[in-house]
Design a protein around this ligand. Structure first.
Ligand SMILES: [Zn+2]
Length: 399
């Protein structure tokens, strides 16, 4: 790559990967980014809380933000480092591919977004547009003190946001093939069935909680929870673990526990799913209790200007048309959706996210930057600044 911006893009991504920012630690990522942004006249504000660090980068001091870009600099632990071809925190380019933890999730997006905003800052000023980037070090962890905390704090401070783009790795086979316009909900439950400890030679099957747990799992697996709805696949049930308080090989357990997770469409809700689970558990005839975690609600953004603009930028850069999807796991978009008119997620291919030897090709990295740059450019030309409504409208919905 010879273009100066391409060189800068690779250098910034490399610098960020070299930072050992395992969630919720940002290491020196925000110092690197703040220094660069301030050199180009951008405003940087920190919103750190407990061990989490958060950085808001803005093109203006206005609290009426037209476009909010969002990302995270924290990464998941590398796992067994001896399995990696290269040091996960020492970015290396091998055969035009950049290796290191965060190469796709999502230091490449962060570098591309920051440089795209810097490249478009004059244009934003001329168009009287305010563009901001919210970065956190808490997306891969508890996600309490990160984007969720900053968005509610900014709301109280009087900030209003119109549109948002989250840079999570959404592409599948090719950069640009998939844009997310919503996310399924997530609900986790720990189910405990109580039986009776007994000698295996004399125990009745009716008092063995493991039989009840396996009956529940079997029936849950065969259950059609819903048929899905527009843009959402049908709700999916998954078992994460199952075990008992086994004390000896000749003793039946007194209790058995399993952890289950639902990725659910808006055709279901956490309430209807909990009711259906209770119905299945009652059929076992055993005493049980379920501890539910707080659900992550599904959301679907209005299909509008942003999805069209990103599709145009992708087409211009990669000559492909993206599909609009709601698949995959949760992201910080769930904490932003309620504050904006429209939110989309777009980023690089996710094929090596969280894996050993995480990597991104240099051509994909460049495409990512070109798409973000073109997107902000087109946005600044097409969007007239408007006064924000006094209060946000919530788009996340759950029954
Ligand atoms: Zn991510």
């Amino acid at each position: 790559m010879t273009d100066p911006i391409q060189k800068q893009l690779v250098e910034l991504t490399t610098q960020l990967i070299d930072e050992r920012s395992i969630t919720p630690d940002a290491a020196d990522c925000f110092d690197i980014l703040s220094k660069l942004c301030q050199q180009h006249g951008l405003i940087c504000q920190r919103f750190d809380r407990h061990a989490t660090q958060n950085l808001l980068i803005s093109t203006s001091s206005s609290k009426q933000v037209d476009l909010l870009l969002s990302g995270h600099v924290d990464v998941v632990p590398p796992g067994d480092i001896t399995k990696w071809r290269f040091d996960p925190f020492q970015a290396i380019i091998d055969q035009s591919t950049l290796y290191g933890r965060g190469a796709v999730d999502m230091k490449s997006s962060v570098a591309a977004m920051v440089l795209a905003v810097i490249a478009n800052r004059e244009q934003c000023h001329r168009a009287s547009l305010s563009v901001a980037i919210l970065l956190t070090s808490d997306e891969e962890g508890d996600a309490i003190d990160g984007t969720q905390y900053v968005m509610s704090t900014l709301d109280v401070m009087g900030y209003r946001f119109r549109h948002a783009l989250v840079g999570e790795p959404t592409s599948v086979d090719h950069v640009g093939d998939t844009v997310k316009i919503g996310r399924r909900g997530s609900l986790t439950g720990q189910i405990t069935v109580l039986g009776q400890q007994s000698h295996v030679a004399y125990a009745s099957q009716d008092i063995n909680p493991l039989f009840a747990i396996s009956q529940f799992i079997h029936e849950a697996r065969l259950t059609q929870w819903d048929l899905g709805c527009a843009h959402f696949n049908a709700t999916q049930f998954c078992v994460v673990s199952a075990h008992s308080d086994c004390v000896a090989t000749n003793v039946t357990p007194r209790e058995a526990t399993c952890v289950v997770n639902f990725r659910y469409s808006p055709a279901s809700s956490h309430r209807t799913l909990r009711m259906q689970v209770n119905t299945l558990l009652r059929r076992t005839g055993m005493e049980y209790h379920v501890q539910w975690s707080r659900p992550n609600l599904p959301f679907l953004s209005q299909r509008g200007m942003l999805s069209k603009l990103i599709a145009t930028s992708i087409d211009k850069t990669c000559q492909i048309k993206p599909i609009l999807s709601t698949s995959g796991g949760t992201s910080d978009a769930r904490y932003i959706a309620q504050y904006v008119d429209e939110i989309i997620e777009f980023g690089p291919r996710n094929h090596t996210a969280h894996q050993i030897d995480e990597h991104i090709s240099l051509s994909d990295l460049e495409k990512l930057y070109r798409i973000y740059q073109s997107f902000i450019d087109d946005y600044s030309q097409q969007v007239a600044p408007v006064m924000m409504p006094p209060k946000h409208t919530r788009v996340a919905a759950d029954k």
